[in-house]
Design a protein around this ligand. Structure first.
Ligand SMILES: Cc1cc2nc3c(=O)[nH]c(=O)nc-3n(C[C@H](O)[C@H](O)[C@H](O)COP(=O)(O)OP(=O)(O)OC[C@H]3O[C@@H](n4cnc5c(N)ncnc54)[C@H](O)[C@@H]3O)c2cc1C
Length: 329
Protein backbone atom coordinates (compact mmCIF):
# COMPACT_ATOMS: atom_id res chain seq x y z
CA UNK A 1 0.00 0.00 0.00
CA UNK A 2 1.32 3.44 -0.94
CA UNK A 3 1.34 6.50 1.25
CA UNK A 4 -0.49 9.62 0.06
CA UNK A 5 1.63 12.65 -0.79
CA UNK A 6 2.71 14.78 2.19
CA UNK A 7 5.46 17.19 3.23
CA UNK A 8 7.90 15.83 5.77
CA UNK A 9 9.43 18.11 8.41
CA UNK A 10 12.11 17.17 10.87
CA UNK A 11 12.60 20.05 13.33
CA UNK A 12 15.62 20.02 15.65
CA UNK A 13 13.90 21.48 18.72
CA UNK A 14 10.57 21.29 20.51
CA UNK A 15 10.07 25.00 19.94
CA UNK A 16 10.54 24.59 16.17
CA UNK A 17 8.12 21.62 16.16
CA UNK A 18 5.54 23.60 18.11
CA UNK A 19 5.84 26.62 15.80
CA UNK A 20 5.47 24.42 12.72
CA UNK A 21 2.41 22.75 14.17
CA UNK A 22 0.91 26.16 14.82
CA UNK A 23 1.78 27.41 11.33
CA UNK A 24 0.24 24.50 9.46
CA UNK A 25 -2.89 24.98 11.58
CA UNK A 26 -4.62 21.59 11.60
CA UNK A 27 -3.22 20.43 8.26
CA UNK A 28 -0.54 18.19 9.74
CA UNK A 29 0.32 15.78 12.50
CA UNK A 30 3.17 14.90 14.82
CA UNK A 31 4.92 11.63 14.02
CA UNK A 32 6.86 9.56 16.54
CA UNK A 33 7.64 5.97 15.45
CA UNK A 34 5.04 6.12 12.67
CA UNK A 35 3.75 2.56 13.26
CA UNK A 36 0.18 3.72 13.77
CA UNK A 37 0.08 7.01 11.91
CA UNK A 38 1.54 5.76 8.62
CA UNK A 39 -0.85 2.81 8.65
CA UNK A 40 -3.83 5.11 8.96
CA UNK A 41 -2.44 7.16 6.08
CA UNK A 42 -1.95 4.09 3.89
CA UNK A 43 -5.56 3.14 4.50
CA UNK A 44 -6.51 6.75 3.60
CA UNK A 45 -8.25 7.14 6.94
CA UNK A 46 -6.34 10.41 7.23
CA UNK A 47 -4.41 12.41 4.64
CA UNK A 48 -2.43 15.09 6.49
CA UNK A 49 -0.59 17.52 4.21
CA UNK A 50 2.34 17.77 6.65
CA UNK A 51 4.10 15.32 8.93
CA UNK A 52 6.30 16.69 11.72
CA UNK A 53 8.69 14.06 12.95
CA UNK A 54 10.08 14.31 16.48
CA UNK A 55 12.83 11.82 15.70
CA UNK A 56 15.89 14.10 15.75
CA UNK A 57 14.96 16.24 18.74
CA UNK A 58 17.53 15.43 21.41
CA UNK A 59 16.78 13.62 24.68
CA UNK A 60 13.09 12.91 23.98
CA UNK A 61 13.74 9.15 24.06
CA UNK A 62 15.46 9.05 27.45
CA UNK A 63 14.17 7.15 30.45
CA UNK A 64 15.70 8.56 33.61
CA UNK A 65 15.47 8.43 37.39
CA UNK A 66 15.58 11.88 38.97
CA UNK A 67 17.31 12.79 42.23
CA UNK A 68 13.97 12.56 44.06
CA UNK A 69 13.54 9.05 42.53
CA UNK A 70 10.69 10.08 40.19
CA UNK A 71 10.93 8.35 36.84
CA UNK A 72 10.69 10.33 33.62
CA UNK A 73 9.90 8.48 30.40
CA UNK A 74 10.59 10.65 27.34
CA UNK A 75 7.78 10.62 24.80
CA UNK A 76 10.06 9.07 22.14
CA UNK A 77 11.17 6.21 24.41
CA UNK A 78 10.75 2.99 22.44
CA UNK A 79 8.48 0.30 23.85
CA UNK A 80 11.36 -2.18 23.67
CA UNK A 81 13.45 0.10 25.92
CA UNK A 82 10.54 0.59 28.31
CA UNK A 83 10.01 -3.18 28.53
CA UNK A 84 13.73 -3.63 29.41
CA UNK A 85 13.96 -0.70 31.81
CA UNK A 86 11.01 -1.74 33.97
CA UNK A 87 11.78 -5.43 34.05
CA UNK A 88 13.99 -4.88 37.10
CA UNK A 89 11.83 -2.23 38.82
CA UNK A 90 9.41 -4.57 40.54
CA UNK A 91 6.74 -2.07 41.67
CA UNK A 92 6.41 -1.00 38.03
CA UNK A 93 6.57 -4.50 36.58
CA UNK A 94 3.26 -3.86 34.79
CA UNK A 95 4.97 -1.34 32.50
CA UNK A 96 7.32 -4.09 31.40
CA UNK A 97 4.36 -6.45 30.88
CA UNK A 98 2.25 -3.92 28.97
CA UNK A 99 5.06 -2.72 26.69
CA UNK A 100 6.13 -6.29 26.03
CA UNK A 101 2.61 -7.27 24.94
CA UNK A 102 2.24 -4.53 22.32
CA UNK A 103 2.22 -5.77 18.71
CA UNK A 104 5.44 -7.54 17.60
CA UNK A 105 9.14 -7.08 18.33
CA UNK A 106 9.71 -5.16 15.07
CA UNK A 107 6.91 -2.74 15.92
CA UNK A 108 8.04 -2.33 19.55
CA UNK A 109 11.50 -1.39 18.28
CA UNK A 110 9.97 1.59 16.41
CA UNK A 111 6.90 2.37 18.53
CA UNK A 112 7.06 5.02 21.25
CA UNK A 113 5.17 5.61 24.47
CA UNK A 114 3.78 8.94 23.18
CA UNK A 115 2.48 7.36 19.99
CA UNK A 116 1.03 4.49 21.95
CA UNK A 117 -0.99 6.78 24.21
CA UNK A 118 -2.16 8.97 21.33
CA UNK A 119 -3.19 6.20 18.97
CA UNK A 120 -6.63 6.62 17.43
CA UNK A 121 -9.72 4.62 18.42
CA UNK A 122 -10.42 1.58 16.26
CA UNK A 123 -13.40 -0.30 14.84
CA UNK A 124 -13.62 -3.18 12.39
CA UNK A 125 -16.03 -1.12 10.29
CA UNK A 126 -13.61 1.83 10.19
CA UNK A 127 -10.09 0.39 9.93
CA UNK A 128 -10.72 -0.89 6.42
CA UNK A 129 -9.31 -0.49 2.94
CA UNK A 130 -10.13 2.24 0.44
CA UNK A 131 -12.22 -0.24 -1.57
CA UNK A 132 -14.41 -0.82 1.48
CA UNK A 133 -14.70 2.90 2.05
CA UNK A 134 -15.87 3.39 -1.54
CA UNK A 135 -18.80 0.97 -1.27
CA UNK A 136 -19.97 1.42 2.30
CA UNK A 137 -21.68 4.63 3.47
CA UNK A 138 -19.46 6.73 5.75
CA UNK A 139 -19.91 6.11 9.45
CA UNK A 140 -19.71 8.73 12.23
CA UNK A 141 -15.92 8.44 12.36
CA UNK A 142 -15.63 9.05 8.63
CA UNK A 143 -17.83 12.14 8.77
CA UNK A 144 -21.17 10.40 8.10
CA UNK A 145 -24.07 9.90 10.47
CA UNK A 146 -24.47 6.16 10.84
CA UNK A 147 -22.80 3.44 12.87
CA UNK A 148 -22.22 0.06 11.21
CA UNK A 149 -21.75 -1.69 14.55
CA UNK A 150 -24.95 -0.53 16.30
CA UNK A 151 -27.38 0.51 13.61
CA UNK A 152 -29.27 3.24 15.46
CA UNK A 153 -26.34 4.64 17.43
CA UNK A 154 -26.22 8.42 17.27
CA UNK A 155 -22.50 8.47 18.03
CA UNK A 156 -19.30 6.73 17.07
CA UNK A 157 -18.45 3.68 19.19
CA UNK A 158 -14.88 3.06 18.03
CA UNK A 159 -12.73 1.59 20.78
CA UNK A 160 -9.51 2.73 22.44
CA UNK A 161 -7.14 -0.24 22.34
CA UNK A 162 -3.87 1.19 23.65
CA UNK A 163 -1.94 -1.10 25.99
CA UNK A 164 0.11 1.50 27.88
CA UNK A 165 -2.48 4.07 28.99
CA UNK A 166 -4.45 1.81 31.38
CA UNK A 167 -1.46 0.94 33.53
CA UNK A 168 -0.20 4.55 33.44
CA UNK A 169 -3.64 5.60 34.67
CA UNK A 170 -3.73 2.92 37.37
CA UNK A 171 -0.31 4.18 38.52
CA UNK A 172 -1.50 7.83 38.46
CA UNK A 173 1.19 8.84 35.96
CA UNK A 174 1.38 12.44 34.72
CA UNK A 175 1.60 13.51 31.07
CA UNK A 176 3.86 16.51 30.41
CA UNK A 177 3.15 18.81 27.43
CA UNK A 178 5.22 21.51 25.81
CA UNK A 179 4.40 25.11 25.02
CA UNK A 180 7.12 27.70 24.32
CA UNK A 181 6.43 29.39 27.67
CA UNK A 182 5.97 26.47 29.98
CA UNK A 183 5.89 22.69 30.34
CA UNK A 184 2.58 21.75 31.93
CA UNK A 185 1.39 18.41 33.24
CA UNK A 186 -1.90 16.61 33.74
CA UNK A 187 -2.89 13.12 34.92
CA UNK A 188 -2.83 10.70 31.97
CA UNK A 189 -6.50 9.85 32.55
CA UNK A 190 -7.49 13.47 31.85
CA UNK A 191 -5.98 13.37 28.36
CA UNK A 192 -8.93 11.28 27.12
CA UNK A 193 -12.17 12.90 25.96
CA UNK A 194 -14.40 9.80 25.87
CA UNK A 195 -15.42 10.79 22.32
CA UNK A 196 -14.45 8.08 19.80
CA UNK A 197 -14.21 10.58 16.93
CA UNK A 198 -11.82 12.90 18.77
CA UNK A 199 -10.39 10.78 21.55
CA UNK A 200 -8.06 13.35 23.15
CA UNK A 201 -8.90 16.64 24.80
CA UNK A 202 -5.48 17.87 23.73
CA UNK A 203 -6.48 17.67 20.03
CA UNK A 204 -3.78 17.59 17.34
CA UNK A 205 -1.94 20.70 18.45
CA UNK A 206 -0.24 19.58 21.64
CA UNK A 207 3.13 17.90 21.96
CA UNK A 208 3.62 15.38 24.71
CA UNK A 209 7.20 15.48 25.98
CA UNK A 210 7.27 12.92 28.77
CA UNK A 211 5.41 10.72 31.20
CA UNK A 212 6.28 11.12 34.87
CA UNK A 213 5.91 8.44 37.50
CA UNK A 214 6.09 8.80 41.27
CA UNK A 215 9.11 7.15 42.94
CA UNK A 216 8.55 3.39 43.02
CA UNK A 217 7.26 2.29 46.41
CA UNK A 218 8.19 -1.07 47.84
CA UNK A 219 4.61 -1.78 48.92
CA UNK A 220 3.30 -1.39 45.35
CA UNK A 221 2.39 -4.36 43.16
CA UNK A 222 1.35 -3.72 39.56
CA UNK A 223 0.36 -5.99 36.73
CA UNK A 224 -1.24 -5.91 33.26
CA UNK A 225 -2.79 -8.63 31.12
CA UNK A 226 -4.69 -8.53 27.85
CA UNK A 227 -7.07 -10.79 26.04
CA UNK A 228 -6.39 -11.23 22.32
CA UNK A 229 -6.91 -13.93 19.73
CA UNK A 230 -3.22 -14.44 18.87
CA UNK A 231 -0.41 -14.09 21.38
CA UNK A 232 1.70 -12.02 19.01
CA UNK A 233 0.78 -8.79 17.17
CA UNK A 234 -2.87 -8.42 18.21
CA UNK A 235 -4.41 -5.37 19.86
CA UNK A 236 -6.20 -5.98 23.19
CA UNK A 237 -9.82 -7.10 22.87
CA UNK A 238 -9.87 -6.39 26.58
CA UNK A 239 -7.00 -5.44 28.87
CA UNK A 240 -6.81 -5.02 32.64
CA UNK A 241 -4.24 -3.04 34.61
CA UNK A 242 -3.93 -3.36 38.38
CA UNK A 243 -2.03 -1.15 40.84
CA UNK A 244 -2.19 -2.43 44.40
CA UNK A 245 -0.61 -0.64 47.37
CA UNK A 246 -0.34 -2.81 50.44
CA UNK A 247 0.07 -2.01 54.08
CA UNK A 248 1.37 -5.26 55.49
CA UNK A 249 -1.34 -7.78 54.73
CA UNK A 250 -4.07 -5.23 54.05
CA UNK A 251 -4.88 -3.16 50.99
CA UNK A 252 -3.79 0.48 51.30
CA UNK A 253 -5.12 1.36 47.86
CA UNK A 254 -6.31 -0.51 44.78
CA UNK A 255 -6.84 0.86 41.26
CA UNK A 256 -8.05 -1.05 38.23
CA UNK A 257 -8.19 0.34 34.70
CA UNK A 258 -9.51 -1.36 31.54
CA UNK A 259 -8.75 -0.97 27.86
CA UNK A 260 -10.39 -2.28 24.69
CA UNK A 261 -13.92 -1.95 26.05
CA UNK A 262 -14.88 1.70 25.46
CA UNK A 263 -13.77 4.84 23.57
CA UNK A 264 -11.29 5.56 26.39
CA UNK A 265 -9.51 3.65 29.16
CA UNK A 266 -12.05 2.90 31.89
CA UNK A 267 -11.22 3.26 35.59
CA UNK A 268 -13.23 0.74 37.62
CA UNK A 269 -14.85 3.12 40.07
CA UNK A 270 -15.36 2.44 43.77
CA UNK A 271 -13.13 -0.64 44.07
CA UNK A 272 -11.23 1.23 46.77
CA UNK A 273 -14.42 1.42 48.85
CA UNK A 274 -14.62 -2.31 49.20
CA UNK A 275 -10.92 -3.18 49.00
CA UNK A 276 -9.04 -0.53 50.98
CA UNK A 277 -8.32 -1.48 54.57
CA UNK A 278 -9.27 -5.13 54.03
CA UNK A 279 -7.28 -8.28 53.47
CA UNK A 280 -8.03 -9.37 49.91
CA UNK A 281 -10.09 -12.55 50.18
CA UNK A 282 -11.48 -14.57 47.30
CA UNK A 283 -14.95 -13.25 48.14
CA UNK A 284 -13.81 -9.62 47.84
CA UNK A 285 -11.87 -10.41 44.68
CA UNK A 286 -14.98 -11.92 43.08
CA UNK A 287 -16.88 -8.76 43.96
CA UNK A 288 -14.18 -6.57 42.39
CA UNK A 289 -14.04 -8.77 39.27
CA UNK A 290 -17.82 -8.30 38.96
CA UNK A 291 -17.37 -4.52 39.22
CA UNK A 292 -14.81 -4.68 36.40
CA UNK A 293 -17.31 -6.70 34.34
CA UNK A 294 -20.00 -4.07 34.94
CA UNK A 295 -17.63 -1.22 34.01
CA UNK A 296 -16.85 -2.76 30.59
CA UNK A 297 -19.25 -1.88 27.77
CA UNK A 298 -17.91 -3.51 24.61
CA UNK A 299 -20.01 -3.52 21.44
CA UNK A 300 -19.79 -5.73 18.38
CA UNK A 301 -17.08 -3.79 16.55
CA UNK A 302 -13.92 -5.84 17.23
CA UNK A 303 -12.99 -9.42 16.41
CA UNK A 304 -14.67 -11.17 19.35
CA UNK A 305 -18.20 -10.93 20.72
CA UNK A 306 -19.01 -8.33 23.40
CA UNK A 307 -20.13 -11.13 25.75
CA UNK A 308 -16.80 -12.92 25.47
CA UNK A 309 -14.80 -9.75 25.96
CA UNK A 310 -16.77 -8.82 29.08
CA UNK A 311 -16.45 -12.35 30.38
CA UNK A 312 -12.67 -12.09 29.89
CA UNK A 313 -12.54 -8.81 31.80
CA UNK A 314 -14.10 -10.52 34.81
CA UNK A 315 -11.90 -13.59 34.49
CA UNK A 316 -8.63 -11.69 34.05
CA UNK A 317 -9.43 -9.27 36.89
CA UNK A 318 -10.10 -12.29 39.13
CA UNK A 319 -6.87 -14.05 38.04
CA UNK A 320 -4.67 -10.97 38.48
CA UNK A 321 -6.02 -10.19 41.94
CA UNK A 322 -5.72 -13.81 43.08
CA UNK A 323 -2.09 -13.69 41.94
CA UNK A 324 -1.66 -10.41 43.82
CA UNK A 325 -2.65 -12.12 47.10
CA UNK A 326 0.06 -14.70 46.63
CA UNK A 327 2.71 -12.14 45.68
CA UNK A 328 1.89 -10.18 48.81
CA UNK A 329 2.33 -13.16 51.13
C1 LIG B 1 0.28 -4.76 13.28
C2 LIG B 1 0.11 -3.77 14.40
C3 LIG B 1 -0.19 -4.24 15.68
C4 LIG B 1 -0.35 -3.33 16.73
N1 LIG B 1 -0.64 -3.84 17.97
C5 LIG B 1 -0.77 -2.99 19.01
C6 LIG B 1 -1.05 -3.50 20.32
O1 LIG B 1 -1.12 -4.70 20.55
N2 LIG B 1 -1.21 -2.61 21.33
C7 LIG B 1 -1.09 -1.25 21.14
O2 LIG B 1 -1.25 -0.50 22.09
N3 LIG B 1 -0.84 -0.74 19.91
C8 LIG B 1 -0.65 -1.57 18.84
N4 LIG B 1 -0.38 -1.07 17.60
C9 LIG B 1 -0.43 0.41 17.35
C10 LIG B 1 0.93 1.13 17.36
O3 LIG B 1 1.91 0.42 16.70
C11 LIG B 1 1.42 1.38 18.77
O4 LIG B 1 0.38 1.93 19.54
C12 LIG B 1 2.62 2.30 18.87
O5 LIG B 1 3.02 2.41 20.21
C13 LIG B 1 2.40 3.71 18.29
O6 LIG B 1 3.58 4.45 18.53
P1 LIG B 1 4.32 5.26 17.39
O7 LIG B 1 5.50 5.90 18.02
O8 LIG B 1 4.62 4.40 16.21
O9 LIG B 1 3.20 6.32 17.07
P2 LIG B 1 2.94 7.16 15.71
O10 LIG B 1 2.39 6.23 14.69
O11 LIG B 1 4.11 7.96 15.34
O12 LIG B 1 1.81 8.15 16.26
C14 LIG B 1 0.55 7.70 16.70
C15 LIG B 1 -0.31 8.92 17.05
O13 LIG B 1 0.22 9.59 18.18
C16 LIG B 1 0.47 10.96 17.89
N5 LIG B 1 1.69 11.33 18.62
C17 LIG B 1 2.85 10.66 18.63
N6 LIG B 1 3.74 11.24 19.44
C18 LIG B 1 3.11 12.33 19.96
C19 LIG B 1 3.51 13.36 20.88
N7 LIG B 1 4.73 13.39 21.43
N8 LIG B 1 2.61 14.33 21.19
C20 LIG B 1 1.37 14.31 20.65
N9 LIG B 1 0.94 13.37 19.78
C21 LIG B 1 1.80 12.38 19.46
C22 LIG B 1 0.61 11.02 16.38
O14 LIG B 1 0.27 12.31 15.87
C23 LIG B 1 -0.37 9.95 15.94
O15 LIG B 1 -1.68 10.47 15.86
C24 LIG B 1 -0.19 -1.93 16.52
C25 LIG B 1 0.13 -1.48 15.23
C26 LIG B 1 0.29 -2.37 14.19
C27 LIG B 1 0.67 -1.84 12.84
Amino acid sequence: MRLPYFQYHSPRSLKAAFMLLKKIDGKGLIMAGGTELLNRMKFRLIEPEHIISLSIIKNLGNISIRENQEIEIGTMAKLTDIAHFFEEIKPYKALHEAAYQVASMQIRNMATIGGNIFQDTRCMFYNRSRDWQRVVPPCHKRGGNICHAIKNSKRCLAVYQGDMAPILIALKAKAVFYTPDVFYEMPVEEVFSGNSREPFITGDKKILTSINLAPPERNLFSTYRKYRIRDGVDFPLAGIAVALHKDGDTVANLRLCLTGVAPQPVIVRDVENIANGTKLTEKIIKEIAEMAYNAAHPVANLEDTPDNRRFMVRQIAYDLLMEAIHVSR
